[in-house]
Ligand binder design. Sequence first.
Ligand code: MLT
Length: 314
Amino acid sequence: MAATWKMAIGDAAGGTQYELGEKFAEEMGKRTDGKVKINLFPNGQLGSEQDTINNASMGMLDLSILAINNITPFSPSVGVLTLPYVIHNAEDAKLLTQGAVGKELAQNTIRDAGVRIVGWAYSGCRRLTNSVKPVASPKDLEGLVIRVPKNEIMIASYQAWGVNPNPLAWSETFTALQQGVVHGQDNPYITIDAMKFYEVQKYVTDSCYVFSLEPLIMGEGAFQSLSSDMQTAVIEAGAAATEHSYNYLLASEEGIKKSLVEEHGMTIVQPANDESEWIAQASTIWPKFYKSIGGKDKLDNVLGVLGREPAPEK
Ligand code: MLT
């Protein structure tokens, strides 16, 4: 039987979320002989990213692509992927999401939030932008109001850098920047470009405190109601779209970074002292979140997969 599914997308068209969504729709079409058609609704048209989790879990929405940090409040164990300076680059992100860690977190998300992660978009490191001044060290944040997602880990990161950020829904961020309610925010180069933040932001700090992962989720009830052939199609289409997203990031991030400077007049600022103050201060918050991510062992396991030393006790 033919079906049309709705997919919510938090970002504007042109970013990694949309790219993942289009590829998933194309792959589903191929695998079901066109029986499943997917309509994409970018720019938060179907509600804030956090609202779409509730809607998908209650069967009111088929699919949503949103940032991992907006899932953490519903399924705290995925916070292990948003702890500052755990994921250093795209290879780390791929290793974690496509291996045993990703599988366990996907199971936890079904259990805690009633949604199934069926694919991942890789968007790159989150870079701090602001409209006021070059920011090279945490002390340069003084006097700036920075928007963060409604995510305890990200709020605590900024507090460790000495400021109190302003937690705001993603769907409200552009307007808040435009109206000067907040001076800055952080998101990857590809997202800064897709959202046209260069119209309201001048400086970008080339930092990498969190790597932005954007899962494609489906309500677990909706997934379980599918035939087993259809479930296989969803899983395979998700895997193909995930692979595409990874290659898209590698192929496009540098060019987009260059165009933000050359075409859109942004100024890129290098973090002072190889980002060492940012790293040292933000990493002090890890122990505060051991409990919510399911214990320090979970972080040690992630660090082990990445070939790094276990986390400090305190
Ligand atoms: C956020 O900052 O809330 C998200 O990372 C935005 C996004 O989904 O790209």
